[in-house]
Ligand binder design. Structure first.
Ligand code: FAD
Ligand code: EPU
Length: 351
């Protein structure tokens, strides 16, 4: 149940070598009381605590001097009404496997979110999204255990405060919330989401099926995004920046082909990958870390990268984009230091 001085290399998709003081495998709800006791002991020793899923959105900046709880709770319960399928899914289930199983069973809806690495319990945290769909579109509620009190609580979709790569689970107030399971609703009145970019190419002369969208999404992703099993990475390193319309207009007058997505409040979302690409950073390498050739928003571990290589590359990319376009990039990847979550600015200030 608990490992000590444990290597995290196989628990993060960047494949960065780092160690955790303690690692607790949470495989069953019957372990909740033991987990809470263990957390109390860790806190008495001033040890930090980190919740981990598949490790596909984290960068271990150094060894973690505390207790990692690896969430491995399994189980998928399906019920149905005349209109919907209702799924109750354990936080440790693999997200892509869930999507794939749903498509195979004729429960459509999640197809645009195929091939996103990681586990179900992490999906609400940044409200995973791709190709015009987001986790929130299917979320009914999220169950979590409050690690401070041991109480099991549930939030409905509105209470989760979902946004672009954001939710209540990213706030400091919820740092003690360990997501245990999620409830999803898939409507039997399925509507395709095929307007997004490359999905437009699907043959419009015949009704498109969820399986076709699923296959297209898998194909598109496989051409652009590196497979972490072959090339360490954490997907998009930065979020797409949302800027004021004046800045977007100024950039558009100089770069008329710049991708831009007007937001309901008048601001404009830009494509960070395009900005990094236009700054000629594709392939740029520092130590063992590089900007991916096929998708500039992805930083990769070319084999022997250490965390410092990725941190320096991230800083270089951020600074170059700021200099060239006056746009601030914020990282999507969660930076984990010895004492818990940190960020690029803090890490750079401490070197
Ligand atoms: P982890 O990396 O383990 O954790 C991520 C964060 O969630 C951490 O802060 C962790 O503390 C917290 N967390 C994890 N589990 C729990 C829990 N049970 N309770 C509370 N907090 C928890 N993301 C997208 O949104 N869209 C994409 O298209 C996409 N494509 C990707 C492609 C590649 C090749 C890769 C490597 C990543 C991609 N990602 C994408 C990012 C990543 O897959 C998602 O963020 C995913 O949800 C992370 O899941 P995980 O289990 O690996 O989480
Ligand atoms: N672009 C370039 N050069 C590049 C990369 C992108 O010019 O090197 C351009 C593309 O041509 C396109 C635009 O930038 O016009 C956007 O690119 P893309 O469609 O590949 O998507 P993205 O904005 O880079 C976002 C998400 C991905 C998600 C895809 C598909 C973020 C931060 N990233 O990427 O999510 O899979 O859209 O919906 O929002 C992740 O979060 O880890 C992730 C991979």
């Amino acid at each position: 149940m608990i490992e000590t001085h444990c290597s995290l290399k196989s628990f993060n998709s960047f494949a960065i070598e780092a160690q955790a003081e303690q690692l607790f495998h949470l495989t069953s709800r019957s372990q909740f009381p033991a987990l809470i006791t263990h957390i109390k002991q860790a806190k008495q020793q001033n040890m930090p605590i980190l919740i981990l899923g598949g490790g596909s959105n984290v960068l271990f900046c150094e060894d973690f001097a505390g207790l990692i709880i690896k969430v491995e709770l399994l189980g998928v319960d399906i019920t149905e009404t005349a209109h919907d399928f209702h799924l109750c899914v354990g936080a440790g289930e693999n997200w892509h496997q869930l999507v794939s199983d749903c498509i195979d069973k004729g429960m459509d809806g999640l197809e645009n979110l195929a091939l996103i690495p990681g586990v179900v319990g992490a999906a609400p945290v940044q409200n995973i999204g791709a190709y015009g769909s987001e986790f929130k579109d299917f979320c009914q509620s999220v169950e979590y255990i409050d690690l401070a009190s041991g109480e099991v609580q549930t939030l409905n979709r509105e209470q989760c405060l979902f946004g672009y790569r954001d939710s209540i689970f990213k706030t400091t107030a919820f740092k003690n919330a360990l997501i245990t399971q999620v409830q999803l609703t898939l409507s039997k009145q399925w509507q395709p989401q095929s307007r997004y970019g490359a999905l437009n190419d699907l043959d419009k002369t015949q009704p498109v099926t969820a399986k076709q969208i699923y296959q297209s999404v898998c194909e598109i992703r496989s051409t652009k995004l590196p497979d972490p099993a072959l090339l360490g990475n954490a997907g998009s390193f930065f979020k797409n920046p949302v800027v004021k319309k004046e800045l977007a207009d100024a950039l558009l007058s100089a770069h008329s082909t710049m991708p831009h997505y007007p937001q309901p409040n008048g601001d404009v979302k830009l494509a960070a990958g395009w900005l990094i690409d236009q700054a000629n950073l594709k392939g740029h390498q520092i130590g063992g870390a590089a900007v991916h050739q096929q998708q500039a928003l992805v930083l990769v571990n070319r084999g022997e990268a250490i965390a410092a290589d990725i941190i320096q590359l991230a800083a270089f990319v951020r600074d170059t984009v700021k200099q060239k376009f006056d746009v601030e990039l914020a990282h999507e990847v969660r930076f984990i230091g010895a004492q818990g979550e940190t960020n690029l600015a803090e890490v750079l200030a401490n070197v």
